[in-house]
Design a protein around this ligand. Structure first.
Ligand SMILES: C[S@@+](CC[C@H](N)C(=O)[O-])C[C@H]1O[C@@H](n2cnc3c(N)ncnc32)[C@H](O)[C@@H]1O
Length: 265
């Protein structure tokens, strides 16, 4: 699609959102959120209707999605908490500044939108090793939802959080797109442009294992749930690793070929 046409289409679309969906249009604008206002609205609606159990969100950034989810929980008078995991540095966070700047910004947004009492922030990178520290913050027996909008490492987050998700619990995954944006790894691009492809391939495998049933797709955001008859013994970390290594190899080959073309010229 032509760039100017795409730009105009986006402007018109956001004007439409400003008129029809002002609450979430404004939330996105004020927090510099990365998802579409309609995605925040859908997150709000779906989380508002869940049982009164904690929710885990991986990848809070400036807090737009977290506020939408917490609003849903608050408007439904839930007692449960939203646990937000955000590493506060590197990647898109370097556009804001360092760790302290990012931590201050997300906290400022939680205050501004009056959701501080609904949120427990885990301001560190979640890893296979510290996943239990996140789980230890959960105050309910199971969780009602988990949301991944982080680094594409669905293998880690499904291994850690799927088992504590209640049956029919909500799963939201962003960046589901078969769109490689391969580039060298740097502080700004810690995944080297593999995030969407990694998410796409890992989620397809996880769906094939029957661990998620999808219900809705808005842009690159997938909404789904944990089927009642799902069998976690089908989850295979080794297969996930093969997918991840395959994507990394693809990126390396792409960059090597590009380098070779540049040298020939
Ligand atoms: C695309 S942004 C999230 C956007 C946000 N959900 C919104 O509504 O605007 C991804 C975020 O995930 C964070 N992140 C990536 N990997 C992470 C990890 N392993 N642990 C914690 N945060 C992570 C990044 O720092 C970044 O802020």
């Amino acid at each position: 699609m032509n760039k100017t046409f795409k730009f105009i289409l986006k402007k018109v679309y956001f004007l439409y959102e400003a008129v029809t969906n002002y609450r979430f249009y404004n939330l996105r604008k004020q927090t510099n959120g990365m998802l579409w206002p309609v995605v925040y609205k859908t997150m709000y609606e779906q989380c508002r209707n869940l049982p009164d159990l904690d929710i885990i969100e991986i990848g809070g950034a400036t807090g737009a999605g977290s506020v939408a989810i917490a609003w849903g929980m608050k408007d439904a008078n839930k007692k449960s908490q939203l646990i937000v995991v955000e590493k506060c540095e590197g990647g898109t966070r370097s556009d804001v500044g360092g760790y302290d700047d990012n931590l201050a910004l997300i906290q400022e947004h939680f205050n501004k939108f009056d959701v501080n009492d609904k949120i427990t922030l885990f301001p560190q990178e979640v890893t296979f090793d510290n996943g239990n520290d996140v789980i230890s913050l959960v105050t309910t027996k199971t969780i009602a939802a988990f949301i991944h909008d982080a680094d594409g490492r669905l293998d880690r987050d499904f291994l850690l959080f799927w088992p504590i998700l209640k049956s029919n619990g909500l799963i939201i995954v962003d960046d589901y797109a078969d769109e490689p944006k391969y580039k060298p790894i740097s502080e700004r691009h810690p995944q080297g442009g593999t995030k969407s492809v990694m998410t796409y391939r890992l989620l397809n495998q996880i769906i094939e294992w029957g661990l998620v049933k999808t219900s809705k797709k808005i842009g690159k955001t997938i909404f789904g749930y944990k089927p009642a008859d799902a069998d976690f013994s089908r989850f295979d970390l080794e297969v996930c690793n093969q997918i991840i290594e395959g994507v990394k190899r693809e990126r390396d080959n792409f960059l090597n070929e590009r380098e070779a073309v540049v040298q020939i010229r």
